[in-house]
Design a protein around this ligand. Structure first.
Ligand code: TSX
Ligand code: MN
Length: 623
């Protein structure tokens, strides 16, 4: 069949698959606009089928962008250009008319709560990058839904990209295909445009056959236009635009306008031995083991954990006043290093087939390998590093990139929740904040009320992953674990959270803070973590039943010694684990005050200021 010709464009473009004329006018207009700017050789409307997926994987293999992992069923390894391995905050911007719509009026020169770009500056940046950027390439058109297709909580996007790696990854991470356009009808969609920024013929030779343009990388969000424009990077967080860009940054703006919450949270189901089930949502900064908790195997007999999602929650109060959450994603894009049978057996089973790995090491028998995989290499098996070089432990650098990933279908998780695709979402009874806090912060505490809970989210901090330059630990602020993902002014975001507490007739979930990472003076972890965290979840479960198993402390309610379940555990120093020291918390509240003052300044809601003052007063009363 001869390719159709897209006639309205100045340069004719072949349509390799799909029928452009069958698309709704507003979708055609969007495609048309960017075809005439980016000048691809051809366009390809993705149908989401298995056949299409196989064709694209074969094409990627042929181009040397991915390699089949022969040890497993339908698993693939991509090695990126070593300059394109992570999200880049300095090149991620939100474009609004007023700077204050994007970031609070910080006292420091650069806000730590997002990056603003003026419309004028963006216009210039766009014109320097996009004209002709897809020359010689195919523009893929990806219709996708964030959330189950029939759910009223879901949102639709259309991503244009010149990367077939992005197409195969988006097929795992979102519901993707032509059927999405049927449910879109004439409705609104988020416009997503992505280019690796390497028109053909190439200006520079590719590294690892991975096209990217690090000098010109820019990830821009234009919330007023419901548009995401990403250039120069093929890496997940910058190129799979449904995830961080749409489901967090754009969605948080939509959520504010529409009265719901788009949050960086896992969602888990928890069933007690009597068979009663609840759902919790939890926000953790990076390196706290969020995916591990989302798929946790509880140590407590009779308890069951099921996974709804490991990264993002969209939550809205329903007509009955219950907070209902969906996982807008369809897969897990998880950090590989540290994932093992011990730390996360369910993740290991999830990734055993139909998975795209990026920047992990490869074994000589066609398998994957990384730091903390917890399995010794069998005799005679050798490794090729993420840099595509023979690797031995003596090399002194990791075999897998620390930010290497698996991209795998959620449905393959052995403990995926039966309601994980429920159009109505699941009812959330507890919101859990957490951090990696080696000192001072108790294992678990409960907010006194909603406003106090919002303050706890705003005051979240976590130990940064050990950067080589830093010998000492740096405790970074990461409010709501959203610091890199706020779609608008964090002060306004806090006001929005507070406003949720002012609606009449809503059943507000209880809010908690947990810390699995407290250490004793010798530097040993005070809490065994992992499956034993089910004991903390059990306490939270009982608290959501309003059970009398808590006592007041300066920071919130904490478990009473006799009711916290330590059955079957070895010796635990509960006193140290729950100690609240005046000296530590004086310094902590000073740091929080300084952070709010410098970074949020006059955008800090009065209620949060008041919560901080109340906490300071309670600390003052400690002996
Ligand atoms: O994921 C983790 N969780 C949550 C699990 C459901 N990790 C790994 C964090 C890096 C991503 C943890 N590490 C947890 C935890 O609860 N706790 C710790 C710290 C820790 C490490 C080892 C031991 C105890 C605590 N003990 C032994 O190794 C014997
Ligand atoms: Mn995340």
């Amino acid at each position: 069949m001869p390719p159709q010709i897209l006639s309205q464009t100045p340069t004719s473009v072949a349509v390799l698959q799909g029928d452009l004329n069958s698309l709704k006018p507003h979708v055609q207009d969007f495609i048309q606009t960017y075809v005439s700017i980016c000048k691809p050789d051809s366009i390809y409307i993705c149908d989401g089928s298995e056949t299409e997926n196989r064709t694209l994987l074969a094409l990627l293999e042929e181009n040397g962008m991915i390699k089949r992992l022969t040890k497993y069923e339908n698993c693939w390894l991509a090695r990126t250009d070593p300059r394109d391995v992570a999200r880049i905050e300095s090149k991620t911007v939100i474009v609004t008319q007023d700077e204050r719509d994007t970031i609070p009026n910080a006292k420091t020169a650069v806000s730590q709560l997002g990056r603003w770009m003026s419309e004028h500056e963006f216009d210039k940046a766009f014109k320097e990058r996009f004209p002709g950027c897809m020359a010689g390439r195919t523009m893929y058109i990806i219709p996708f839904s964030m959330g189950p297709v029939e759910s009223p909580l879901s949102k639709i996007g259309v991503q244009l990209t010149d990367s077939p790696y992005v197409v195969t990854s988006m097929r795992i991470m979102t519901r993707m295909g032509t059927h999405i356009l049927d449910s879109l009808g004439d409705g609104e969609f988020v416009k997503c445009v992505h280019s690796v920024g390497c028109p053909l013929p190439l200006q520079n030779a590719l590294v690892n056959n991975w096209p990217c343009n690090p000098e010109k990388t820019l990830i821009a969000h234009i919330p007023d236009h419901r548009e995401i424009i990403s250039f120069g990077s093929g890496y997940g967080g910058n190129s799979l635009l449904g995830k961080k860009c749409f489901a967090l940054r754009i969605a948080s703006r939509l959520a504010k306008e529409e009265g719901w919450l788009a949050e960086h949270m896992l969602i888990l189901g928890i069933t007690n031995p009597e068979g009663r089930k609840k759902y919790f949502a939890a926000a953790f900064p990076s390196a706290c083991g969020k995916t591990n908790l989302a798929m946790m195997k509880p140590s407590l007999p009779g308890w069951k954990i099921e996974c709804v999602g490991d990264d993002i929650a969209w939550m809205k109060f329903d007509g009955q006043g219950n907070l209902r959450a969906i996982n807008p994603e369809n897969g897990f894009f998880g950090v590989a290093p540290g994932t093992s049978i011990k730390s996360n057996p369910n993740a290991m089973k999830t990734i055993s087939k139909n998975t795209i790995f990026t920047n992990v090491a490869e074994t000589s028998d066609g398998g994957v390998y990384w730091e903390g995989i917890g399995e010794p290499l069998p005799a005679g098996v050798t490794l090729t590093s993420w840099k595509n070089k023979p690797w031995i432990p003596e090399d002194g650098e990791p075999c897998a990139h620390p930010n290497s990933r698996f991209c795998t279908p959620a449905i393959q998780c052995p403990i995926i929740d039966s309601d994980w695709e429920s159009p109505d979402g699941v009812p959330i009874e507890a919101i859990i904040f957490g951090g990696r806090r080696p000192e001072g912060v108790p294992l678990v505490y409960e907010a006194f009320n909603w406003e106090h809970g919002v303050f706890i989210g705003a005051a979240m901090r976590s130990e940064a992953t050990a950067a080589a330059e830093h010998k000492g630990k740096v405790i970074m602020h990461d409010p709501f674990a959203m610091r890199p993902f706020f779609g608008y002014n964090f002060g306004k975001y806090l006001a929005h959270w507070l406003s949720m507490g002012h609606h009449s007739g809503v059943k507000l979930p209880k809010i908690f803070h947990v810390n699995w990472f407290r250490k004793d003076k010798q530097g040993n972890f005070l809490w065994p973590g992992y499956g034993e965290n089910s004991r903390v979840l059990e306490w939270i479960f009982r608290r959501t039943d309003s059970e009398n198993c808590a006592k007041q402390s300066a920071v919130g309610y904490i478990p009473t010694e006799t009711t916290f379940n330590l059955k079957g555990l070895g010796k635990i120093n509960l006193k140290e684990l729950f100690d609240i020291s005046k000296e530590f918390w004086e310094k902590e509240t000073d740091d929080i005050r300084k952070y709010f003052d410098e970074q949020v300044n006059s955008d800090l809601p009065y209620e949060i200021e008041q919560q901080l003052a109340d906490l300071e007063q309670r600390i003052r009363l400690l002996k």
